[in-house]
Design a protein around this ligand. Structure first.
Ligand SMILES: Cc1ncc(COP(=O)(O)O)c(C=O)c1O
Length: 457
């Protein structure tokens, strides 16, 4: 319950009046104690001394002590319009005052407007969308649809990829966290990804004949009934450590997928909505036209929403008996996503991500000259990875040193992410609402953090 008391908004929790601004009520220490007592350990935080964030603006987050941080990780590659973008906030406020929820059993304006906009920004030929609540759900829905369309159970995913944590999405993911309960009963097969820095075949690009891509034929011929439902891949692996294969990888794989009558699904949960710079979708940098794109994260810039956009013929038989999500397509999430698309368009985020991403990458490449801990700088636009190694020739993963980098950055007011099978890749995936000055400041802090980590080696 929320009401006004002495001009201050309060809510009632356990029959107790609590200010609406809960920062006035709870300290960081109390919150950590509550979490320890009541939260399932499935929830884990970054940093030895976890941060309690209470506010944000643009690419800056503020903790409960008032300290500010430049956020180069956007939650997890999510708050694409930054924190508190006025247009985004105003849209959510307006929608909350009018209609937060009714189900998709009824028409609503935000859902209809959103799917129309998705058809406008999707690669040519993709026009039919279905909206759910997360990236995992989006992948589950797309794959269920494709299995129905093809009548085939086999799905090929890439080694070191990540597609979510629901049952099928987990099985498709090989970026880590596989537990005993996840056998492979579901027709999922894996093929190598194009990870040139640690080539699976011990070769070097471009003299490698793209063996990683051609290997897909071997996987299909030996591990399926020589036909597949779908191939699913990220254009740049995010959780897997910002791994970006050469564009030919996707072109070769696409040809093989079509040879075996499969549907090509581009998982753009991280790479979508301009993150890779210059284009709406990561796959558009490769020359491949996917059949389906799945999306989440930046889609709602923080408000939960996921979905897919598909070729109409694939979506044609995916009916209400096949799929339903209570919150899927709800007016609040859809209105937020509409605002995100409009902000990206009007504020030229695609160009901005290309320009500032190139600056950030240049800064990181310059740091590589001075820091032997950097094995490789890679990625595109506002999706960069810095792989840390203990030794340039053995490429031994520097995962302990990475923690020192992260802790030092945090001390100095910079947030970065981590990824990779060995947890030795720093992920830079900032809000696109970031300034040139913040990019420069962040690069300087990162330089100091690398120096400190190198001293521990
Ligand atoms: C590429 C990719 N696909 C799917 C997912 C799953 O999304 P969600 O966590 O919203 O279920 C993620 C999440 O990190 C992702 O990175």
């Amino acid at each position: 319950m929320l009401y006004l008391k002495n001009q201050e908004a309060v809510i009632v929790v356990n029959n107790e009046l609590v200010p609406k601004d809960l920062t006035k009520k709870y300290s960081q220490k109390e919150i950590l104690e509550i979490e320890k007592k009541y939260l399932a350990p499935a929830v884990g935080h970054y940093y030895e001394d976890p941060v309690l964030f209470v506010d944000g603006k643009g690419a800056i987050l503020k903790d409960s002590s008032g300290k500010e941080y430049i956020d180069l990780f956007a939650g997890i590659c999510t708050t694409i319009t930054g924190y508190n973008h006025p247009r985004y906030v105003a849209t959510i406020q307006w929608q909350a005052e009018h209609l937060v929820y009714t189900s998709s059993l009824y028409s609503t304006i935000p859902y209809a407007v959103l799917v129309k906009q998705l058809a406008e920004i999707a690669p040519k030929g993709l026009s039919h969308s279905f909206i759910v609540n997360s990236g995992s759900e989006a992948n589950e829905a797309a794959l269920a649809m494709v299995r129905k369309y093809t009548g085939n159970p086999y799905i090929i995913a890439c080694q070191r990829g990540y597609h979510g944590r629901t049952t099928l999405a987990r099985e498709l993911s090989s970026a880590g966290w596989r537990t005993f309960s996840e056998a492979h009963p579901s027709g999922v097969r894996f093929t190598p990804y194009g990870y040139c820095y640690r080539c699976h075949f011990g070769k070097e690009h471009p003299d490698c004949d793209m063996e990683c891509a051609h290997y897909l034929r071997e996987v299909i011929r030996t591990q399926t009934n020589k036909a597949i439902a779908a191939f699913i891949a990220e254009p740049i692996q995010g959780v897997g450590g910002i791994v970006q294969p050469p564009a030919e990888y996707f072109q070769i794989v696409y040809e093989i997928v079509k040879e075996y009558n499969g549907v090509y699904i581009s998982d753009e949960v991280q790479t979508g909505f301009g993150r890779t710079g210059g284009k709406w979708w990561g796959i558009q940098h490769t020359g491949v036209s996917p059949d389906i794109i799945t999306m989440a994260k930046g889609f709602g810039s923080g408000i939960p929403i996921g979905g897919f956009v598909s070729r109409p013929e694939i979506a044609a038989n995916y009916t209400v008996t096949d799929a339903f999500a209570t919150f899927g397509g709800n007016p609040l999430s859809c209105a937020a996503a509409v605002a995100v698309i409009e902000i990206i368009r009007e504020e030229n985020y695609l160009e901005k991500a290309a320009k500032l991403g190139a600056l950030l990458k240049k800064n990181m490449e310059e740091l590589k000259e001075d820091h032997k801990i950097i094995g490789e700088v890679r990625g595109q636009g506002m999706m960069l990875g810095i792989e840390l190694v203990r030794d340039q020739s053995t490429k031994e993963p520097a995962f302990q040193e990475l923690l020192t980098v992260m802790e030092t950055c945090r001390e100095k007011g910079l947030l970065v992410g981590k990824g990779g099978l060995d947890n030795n890749v720093i992920r830079l995936q900032p809000p696109l609402e970031i300034t040139e000055e913040q990019v420069s400041q962040a690069s300087e802090i990162f330089d100091e953090a690398l120096t400190k980590a190198e001293k521990t080696m």
